[in-house]
Ligand binder design. Structure first.
Ligand code: UDP
Ligand code: MG
Length: 153
């Protein structure tokens, strides 16, 4: 099964949306393979958001992303990267469709509740950036037989 990487951003922490967001992923049928709280710093953000370091909003993004600890997660499921990106919605919460996490919980382009990997290749890179191997668990998923047909797993 595919794994993807999630950050519950400071906007989720400050607004006490951690449970609501995790509940959505669990109800969908995604499995939690890893989860922890950590404090980000500018160094890791310059790597994680390398595609944005030259943008004018980057200092503001770093200030936001370091303003509280975050919760990082590894979620597992068939096509987990694409499934989670569709659940998260468009980058700007005001443009994100109702029913998505950003569409339902936010009003900002920056304070947009969650990060989710945008490709399977980046998911592997991001999981290795934020988790050590022993922090990602492979354990029996007892609901799997109810979530998937036998030929899907
Ligand atoms: N961001 C921002 N202003 C912008 C574009 C992005 O503040 O104009 C922030 C926002 O928090 C976003 C993050 O930078 O989630 C990463 O941007 P990306 O384009 O990778 O969007 P995402 O993959 O998070 O939808
Ligand atoms: Mg992105």
């Amino acid at each position: 099964m595919e794994q993807t990487f999630i950050i519950l951003k400071p906007s989720a922490i400050k607004r006490s949306l951690v449970g609501d967001v995790i509940t959505r992923f669990q109800r969908k049928g995604l499995f939690i393979s890893g989860i922890k709280m950590m404090q980000l710093d500018e160094a890791i953000l310059r790597v994680h958001y390398a595609h944005l370091v030259d943008r004018p909003f980057f200092p503001s993004l770093v200030k936001s992303m370091t303003s509280t600890p975050v919760i990082v997660m590894v979620l597992k499921g068939n096509d987990a990267v694409a499934v989670v990106r569709s659940m998260v919605g468009a980058t700007n919460c005001r443009a994100a469709a109702p029913g998505t996490i950003r569409g339902d919980f936010g009003m900002s382009g920056q304070e947009n509740i969650v990060h989710a990997s945008d490709s399977p290749e980046n998911a592997i890179i991001e999981i290795n950036r934020f988790f050590s191997p022993e922090e990602v668990f492979d354990y029996p998923m007892l609901t799997q037989a109810a979530i998937y047909a036998p030929d899907e797993v």
